[in-house]
Design a protein around this ligand. Sequence first.
Ligand code: DOR
Ligand code: ZN
Length: 452
Amino acid sequence: MGKLLLRNATIVTGNRTVSGCLGTDKGLIQGIWEGDNCPESAREEAEVLDLKGWVILPGVIDAHVHFRDPGMTQKADIGSESRAALLGGVTSFIDMPNTQPPTTDETTLDAKREKARKTSWCHYGFHLGATNGNPDFLRRAAQSPDLRPHFGGIKVFMGSSTGGMLIDRNDILDHIFSIPGKPVLVHCEDENTIRKNLISARLRYGDDIPVWMHPYIRSREACIRSTKRALELASLHGTRLHLLHITTAEELDLIRRAKDKGMSVTAETSANYLWLSENDYLSKGALIKCNPAVKTVGDCAALRHAVLDGTIDTIGSDHAPHLMTEKRNPYMQCPSGMPTLQESLSVMLTVARQEGLSLPRLADLMATGAARIFGIRGRGILAPGMAADLTIVDPAAEFTVSKPAYKCGWSPYEGVTLCGAVRMVFLDGKPVVKDGIVLPGSPNGTALTFDA
Ligand code: DOR
Ligand code: ZN
């Protein structure tokens, strides 16, 4: 692996930025120096690149993607989506378990790891899914020295969504929430509330439910009730709770209170909920139908505030590709989810500019926070000795989103003007993206290790 010296850059390192240069050697960050004050050893035999004042961020770690592999590879696969990831500045992903078969035991986890080893363009990891039948396995896996480093966390659907992995038995939830050693990731939407709302909507609209009803069917009450329950369970069992894709102002208040009480809770939202609101159903229709639903303008503002004040710990794209033909179906047959991992960083850079979010805070939301929450070894922060996964952005560059590289071929952001373009990406010190294309080569991702 050749040495690199990236000079004339703004380098985001922990909670500060340095104007200067960053050196890499053998795939690792060798040092970060103010101005041109690098030692001679960093210059020796290094390829020197002038970054024209651009920003070096830690490569994005997207800990919430649905790559559909195995079982739904007509929509997406690890190869296609991990390539798109690189174009969006994402150098590591952690994939959710609602594939076919679902990732709920050692065999299915191993199969995914093997597929990723052969086909992933960026670094990869997987979450295990909870079912009514596997709590004993999950408990063992969370402790086992052999298995523990190979998965991120335990995903619990406390609301049904793509993949039908709903858990609604109290005894099973108690069992899972009392598992120590791994974060328990929860999708919170109360099933009974959704069911009741759906019955009312069908009485009113028959089979012709308009998509703008989605946030009234998968309602804020459903989210709030379920998040409350997850927090109660976590309080009871001392769970390391990670709340996924938070969408309402009320849930943010619940999370603030839990954090104030000293509970071990972290919260994620996606860039989508910071960008979209229910007004967008008019123009985007079912393209933005996802679970939990995109909610009000007020929720969007509250989420932006929560990103600034630290109530939200991390951003996951919740990249959930479906075919355009499926998304054109009527409400009841239209699958929930939208593909967004390639745009997530630029949306966040735009939000950062609008809200005055600092670059160190942005890096924490996009990379460092996920590394901390899941204990990812050696990645997620720019510091000597860490992997040289680098995402170079021009935060001032405006661009209009064009057709993404996803296998499904569409994004809800197409045609939207964003601020903050990805200029280059380095994976373990090796250039992989330049001028908006993935450089020739072969998939080179490695397995994330969850033991930090
Ligand atoms: O909208 C969603 N789509 N929410 C989920 O929880 C799952 C995801 C998917 O896998 O399609
Ligand atoms: Zn998801």
